[in-house]
Design a binder for this molecule. Structure first.
Ligand code: PTJ
Length: 242
């Protein structure tokens, strides 16, 4: 048991959740490597949400509220880190959650489906799928009722081949990635450089707040947001952390 007053309680807890996820067969072994990568960047961010991440979360909330069919994509890491919060987010947006795995096995898909059922959420992606054009990896297999026809996709903690293909398919992509230099972060429409565990509760709060705004005000928020500038600011912040 990690004592709550431990200075690195949050990141140690996350490591513990990922380890547990591997034992349960939900998270891939490579998920542990992804966790390690994330911890390095989070350390440089002092494990705090920056004002740039807050700006990106603000724009994300507006974009999600403007979207006709947003879909939340989950993998082995996000399932063990924040399934409860992701269900809350999907309920707030009345949108689908879809499992999309890089290291795909039927067994892992079913285990992830079961994890979400604990919160009464039936997710997409564990059944029949079709291939997204231009993407040969497992990530290219998507649910016809989900990511395939989504206008906006929220992706978290993933390697970079899919975001580019989703953008080419005419979709908006929101990425949560602690590494602003990753291919996913660089190609996304909005990149949130922060820990997914901090992002999702803040995003739910922001969506609740922005729900009261008019469509024209939401459009203004999205148009004002500059992802390129936000990424540069986030990279400079990480440099300061060294
Ligand atoms: O479950 P699967 O089979 O789909 O596999 C998923 C993994 C995570 C193995 C796969 O997507 C992968 O290999 O990812 P990468 O290439 O390691 O990229 C993960 C990115 O997420 C890295 O840039 C990390 O810095 C970042 N990251 C890690 N932990 C967090 C994070 N970003 C936000 N919050 C975190 N907690």
């Amino acid at each position: 048991m990690i004592p709550k007053n431990h200075p690195r309680y949050n990141s140690l807890m996350q490591r513990h959740l990922i380890e547990e996820g591997i034992h349960k067969g939900i998270t891939s072994m490579q998920g542990l490597i992804a966790q390690g990568r994330g911890e390095t960047f989070d350390y440089l961010l002092k494990e705090k949400t920056s004002k740039y991440a807050e700006e990106a979360i603000h724009a994300t909330a507006a974009l999600l509220l403007l979207s006709i069919k947003p879909v939340i994509s989950v993998n082995g890491n996000t399932t063990v880190l924040c399934s409860k919060e992701l269900v809350e987010l999907s309920n707030e947006l009345k949108c689908s959650i879809e499992v999309n795995l890089f290291y795909r096995t039927k067994k892992r898909e079913k285990l992830i489906e079961k994890e979400f059922l604990k919160f009464n959420k039936k997710i997409l992606g564990a059944g029949k799928k079709i291939r997204l054009k231009g993407l040969t990896s497992n990530r290219g297999l998507v649910d016809v009722k989900g990511i395939y026809c989504a206008d906006t996709v929220l992706v978290m903690l993933e390697d970079g081949d899919r975001t580019e293909s989703l953008i080419k398919a005419g979709k908006k992509v929101i990425a949560v990635d602690l590494n602003p230099l990753s291919r996913t972060a660089q190609k996304a429409s909005i990149s949130i450089t922060d820990n997914v565990l901090r992002v999702i509760p803040l995003l739910i709060k922001e969506i609740k707040k922005l729900k009261k705004k008019k469509t024209s005000e939401l459009i203004k928020i999205v148009l004002k947001y500059n992802n390129e500038k936000n990424l540069i600011n986030s990279i400079n912040l990480l440099k300061k952390g060294i």
